[in-house]
Design a binder for this molecule. Structure first.
Ligand code: C6P
Length: 416
């Protein structure tokens, strides 16, 4: 579908006014074109204000004091948890665990659930497009428990080959850990189908939703997975906070991941009793202000509407694919527009990915270059590095024109 046929549901020009950093001018006279949103997004004034407001008026440690300030910050922190619950369609507030980010969410499950449920000869199924955060914790688990990792292959378009995935499943499959959206290919995986197939063999499913929750409507109940992990900083929130959603029965049966304050009901010289959910998995002082900031980010995203965000990103992605085609001698990775999120990785023949990113930077355009924490995927693609442009609702078509011109310039410089 051409971009002219997709109706634009939001006005990025107005929304950009909320983002002070998007007014930056680089290298003297180049307006910032921020196309590195898969790495982290920017924050609107509303989120920054919410953070300042807590520190100025309502900050104390949570769940500990019986004083007014502690009650205030505890209320805000728990309100943020409720906002997350509603945002992702979770059934219960105590299924929402605040973590430092996606990475720690996956590690929590691999340690706590994995060490209790995975034994010698058991199998963990991953896809070839996973981020290191959804690979290494499972490799560590496999080493500890003498388990086996099976890799579900992708096809030439960068999509999971479902028949091959299904063939890997069997009575020894204990966990299927899969990304909802690839941070390199932009591939949108059919999570519901994957969960259904995993269920048929009695396996658990963890969804790495780092690249999907910020960009499209999420309904964890419809997904039906056991665990879903994502990061606040990729959805307008602060760094240092993320979410692990887990099914309550599983979380209740799992041992604590980290030990310390807050995660206990009682400690004696002889041992301890863990607290109830969600405190059991929130040892120590939690990311109080980041979580409240994430709550403000959710308010902001909901005002725009996730469906409108997804639609706008489709328009941008369609245009980016056109721009890259016009440049020529460009290899674009990932599936066609219909099954792709707002992430476009590419290489230009004869030009190193880092050189592309550096020349784009001179024009004020921020993209990422490298393996994007997916070394096995890059090996499969047969390239050491790619350049990656990734979009959010505040990006404009005019910015993609700048991107295209800068790219054409970079190609001329290196292919002279
Ligand atoms: N990807 C990127 O530039 P953390 O760092 O814990 O917030 O998120 C890790 C992570 C997990 N899964 C996926 C699919 C991701 O994309 C990321 C983060 C960034 O692509 C940084 S490498």
């Amino acid at each position: 579908m051409g971009i002219a046929e997709i109706a634009n549901p939001l006005d990025p020009a107005t929304l950009r006014g909320d983002f002070p950093i998007l007014e930056s001018v680089l290298h003297g006279d180049q307006p910032l074109v921020y196309l590195d949103n898969a790495a982290t997004t920017q924050r609107p004034r509303q989120v920054i204000d919410a953070i300042v407001d807590v520190y100025e008026k309502r900050y104390a440690n949570v769940h500990r004091g019986i004083h007014w300030l502690s009650d205030q910050s505890t209320d805000l922190y728990e309100e943020a948890r409720e906002k997350v619950r509603q945002f992702i369609g979770a059934a219960h507030r105590d299924e929402i665990i605040f973590t430092p980010g996606t990475t720690e969410g996956v590690n929590l499950v691999a340690r706590s659930w994995g060490d209790t449920n995975v034994g010698p000869g058991d199998e963990i199924v991953l896809t070839e497009m996973e981020h290191h955060s959804n690979i290494v914790p499972w490799q560590q688990l496999a080493e500890r428990r003498e388990a086996i990792i099976r890799w579900a292959p992708i096809d030439d378009a960068g999509e999971l080959i479902l028949e091959e995935f299904e063939k890997l499943l069997g009575p020894r499959t204990k966990m299927v850990a899969v990304t909802a959206v690839s941070n390199v290919l932009g591939t949108i995986n059919p999570v519901r189908e994957i969960v259904a197939k995993a269920r048929d063999v009695g396996a658990c499913v963890l969804v790495d939703a780092a690249q999907s929750v910020p960009h499209a409507v999420t309904d964890v109940a419809a997904w039906g997975a056991d665990f879903v992990a994502f990061s606040g900083h990729k959805m307008l929130g602060p760094t240092g906070v993320g979410v692990l959603h887990g099914r309550r029965e599983l979380l209740e049966a799992m041992p604590p991941f980290l030990g310390g304050g807050s995660m206990i009901r009682r400690v004696k010289f002889e041992g301890f009793e863990p607290a109830d959910l969600p405190s059991k998995f929130e040892a120590g002082t939690p990311p109080i202000v980041p979580a409240i900031g994430l709550g403000a980010a959710i308010d902001y995203l909901q005002q725009i509407g996730l469906a409108a965000i997804a639609q706008h990103e489709r328009i941008l992605t369609a245009r980016a694919l056109e721009v890259l085609e016009e440049i020529g001698q460009v290899r674009v990775f990932g599936p066609p527009l219909a099954r792709r999120a707002g992430i476009v990785s590419f290489t230009i023949e004869g030009v190193h990915a880092h050189d592309v990113a550096q020349l784009l930077d001179r024009a004020g355009v921020a993209v990422r270059a490298g393996h994007h924490c997916t070394m096995p995927l890059h090996k499969k693609l047969g390239v050491a590095a790619t350049s990656r442009a990734s979009f959010y609702f505040y990006n404009t078509l005019a910015e993609l024109d700048v991107f295209g011109e800068a790219l054409a310039g970079a190609k001329r410089v290196f292919r002279r």
